[in-house]
Design a protein. Structure first.
Lengths: 118, 107
């Protein structure tokens, strides 16, 4: 079964850091680009970042550039999102998603909740 | 950035109705639009890719169409399990952008 499982969420103070992980199984992880998408409470979906299958290319939405870092460990079939200098507006559920060969995000994890608050 | 204007924000339907949601892109997105269903507390589920291609497991009562800047998503014969929020996504250009969502409720 193709599966993505996020971990690492929780409560963090403004200005601090948090790292999310996404463990993949059921498919050949290093064949796929991966992405993070967030959803603030009661709000819509927002793409956050994408990384190429081999980690050589990364892309970010403007609001997280310089603060968030997407990375991957293909040997461990795991995707990461390092979030630094967190702000209250980063409070959201963060989903990892697989980007398939046609470019669409076809498989999603269950989400990790991040709350930035003092 | 490409803006995706999705309407309506909410929709009330009776079982068996046909409902339609639209998404208008701020520029041509070459049919690279996907539609997702999201139920409360759950991850989005991909229903349709590339405007009109149904995912495996997506019931045939769901459909999509459009071109250029204008796209639509329909559910014919709404069933109780279709009560959810729906989002369009353009994946033609980075940053990928979602529509604001449509919440489908039962009348």
């Amino acid at each position: 079964e193709v599966q993505l499982v996020e971990s690492g969420g929780g409560l963090v103070q403004p200005g601090r850091s948090m790292k999310l992980s996404c463990a993949a199984s059921g498919f050949t992880f290093n064949n796929y680009d991966m992405a993070w998408v967030c959803q603030a409470p009661k709000k819509g979906l927002e793409w956050v970042a994408t990384i190429s299958y081999d980690g050589s290319s990364t892309y970010y939405r403007d609001s997280v550039k310089g603060r968030f870092t997407i990375s991957r460990d293909n040997a461990k079939s795991t995707l990461y999102l390092q979030m630094d200098s967190l702000r209250s507006e980063d409070t959201a559920t963060y989903y990892c998603a697989r980007r398939d060969y046609s470019g669409v995000m076809d498989v999603w994890g269950q989400g990790a909740s991040v709350t930035v608050s003092s | 950035d490409i803006q995706m204007t999705q309407s309506p924000p909410s929709l009330s339907a009776s079982l068996g109705d046909k409902v339609t949601i639209t998404c208008q892109a701020s520029q041509n997105i070459n049919k690279y639009i996907a539609w997702y269903q999201q139920k409360p507390g759950k991850a989005p589920r991909l229903l349709i890719r590339y405007t009109s291609t149904l995912e495996s497991g997506t019931p045939s009562r769901f459909s999509g169409s459009g071109s250029g800047r204008d796209y639509s998503f329909s559910i014919s014969n709404v069933e109780s399990e279709d009560i959810a929020s729906y989002y369009c996504l353009q994946y033609d250009n980075l940053p990928w952008t979602f529509g604001g969502g449509t919440k489908l409720e039962l009348k």
